[in-house]
Design a binder for this molecule. Structure first.
Ligand SMILES: Nc1ncnc2c1ncn2[C@@H]1O[C@H](COP(=O)(O)OP(=O)(O)O)[C@@H](O)[C@H]1O
Ligand SMILES: [Mg+2]
Length: 367
């Protein structure tokens, strides 16, 4: 008996991106190639604007601003991002209409959807020079990194995050009201919801980190050739070894009620957790050189791609904004070799032409 032949290698593909009255563009369409595309042009020519639009179609928000109005071209009332892409051999179209008066509207194949339904349709992994913040910046950035990564492969996770966040806000509001009224707040219901959400979220985060830890050293090795031991560790508020059982969370929430009432906040839960990046068991934010931190983050992002592929069967689209300055020649080559070998669609921006091969889109030429 012959074995059935494996399906041909297939990954997420952006077919075209059109920006109408978005940022610096009146009406601009790009068609990235199947594998490598380099968007080039002088500073201010709109390279990052294009990346931002691709990311927006993926995450339903910008990585540069939380104010959607900034994306609408100056002097215009509305702007549209149109993306056609292929996922599991099926062509899809995402349309995002941003309006100064009416906010944003999202459509998939002309059917209106909510933002939470958008996340996970067009999957991307983004790397920008700002990404160093992932190591050096506030815990919130690392939580967001994890949450976005998991949400892209699990709609349920994204729902749970939204529900959990609302429950924390409601508990905090109850604490505040109690402070005004002088009455004892009734927190049982919120504690219950928070504990339930927390267990699910922390369990998923731990699972994901453990899967990432299986591949992150391989990626580091591909990039640097060395055998540094790179690892992500989850840091849970309130416990040395992470817990994700109801009893523990309920007990923590209840024992913190007095303190929480004083500050009108909720001092325990995944919204207070963090993670640590370790190289050879040392905290890389304190002990790593800048070069090591950069490659560590890139290894993390590659592990994220590998994670998405394992969970969904397809590599996401990789967006590398201004990466030219980030990596030396050897690392760049190792990275591109890996991406081409795995047929990952990769969109790179830079001021100079840095690759051999690949499609070049030159924004300086006003084509
Ligand atoms: N809402 C907007 N309307 C018009 N132009 C904008 C808007 N937002 C940004 N720009 C312009 O976009 C340009 C920056 O584009 P960007 O993609 O960051 O350039 P780069 O090619 O250097 O990455 C600037 O010239 C800026 O003035
Ligand atoms: Mg830029």
């Amino acid at each position: 008996m012959t074995k059935p032949s494996a399906l041909p290698e297939n990954n997420m593909r952006c077919q075209s991106l059109r920006l109408i009255q978005i940022r610096s563009f009146q009406d601009k369409t790009i068609e990235p190639s199947e594998n490598l595309t380099l968007i080039t042009g002088p500073n201010g020519s709109g390279k990052t604007n294009l990346m931002e639009a691709l990311y927006y179609a993926s995450a339903g928000k910008s990585f540069r601003t939380s104010n959607d109005g900034e994306l609408i071209r100056l002097g215009e009332k509305e702007g549209t991002i149109l993306l056609t892409f292929t996922v599991h051999h099926v062509d899809q179209e995402i349309k995002i209409r941003l309006s100064r008066e009416n906010g944003k509207k999202i459509f998939i194949n002309d059917t209106p959807i909510k933002r939470k339904e958008l996340v996970g349709l067009f999957r991307t992994v983004l790397f920008t020079p700002d990404e160093l913040q992932l190591i050096k910046g506030a815990p919130q950035l690392r939580r967001r990194f994890l949450d976005m990564e998991i949400s892209q492969v699990s709609p349920r996770y994204y729902e749970e995050i939204l529900r959990y966040t609302r429950a924390v806000q409601q508990r905090n509001a109850a604490l505040k009201n109690a402070q005004f009224s002088g009455k004892k707040p009734d927190l049982d219901l919120w504690d219950m919801q928070i504990a339930k959400g927390a267990c699910y979220i922390v369990r998923k985060r731990l699972e994901t980190i453990s899967k990432m830890n299986e591949t992150v050293p391989e990626m580091e090795k591909i990039l640097t050739g060395n055998k540094e031991k790179l690892e992500i560790r989850y840091l849970q508020q309130g416990s040395e070894t992470p817990r994700f059982d109801m009893e523990w969370y309920l007990e923590q929430l209840s024992s913190r009620r007095e303190e929480d009432a004083r500050f009108c906040h909720t001092s325990i839960g995944p919204h207070r957790d963090d993670c640590l990046f370790l190289m050879n068991d040392l905290d890389i934010s304190a002990y790593g050189s800048q070069g090591q931190q950069r490659t560590a983050i890139l290894s993390m992002k590659m592990a994220e791609m590998e994670f998405v592929r394992r969970e969904t069967g397809e590599y996401p689209v990789l967006l590398l904004d201004d990466i030219g300055s980030e990596l030396d020649g050897a690392r760049k080559k190792a990275l591109l070799d890996f991406l081409m070998k795995n047929q990952v669609q990769t969109i790179v921006t830079g001021t100079e032409i840095l690759s051999d091969g690949g499609k070049i889109i030159d924004l300086g030429n006003n084509e």
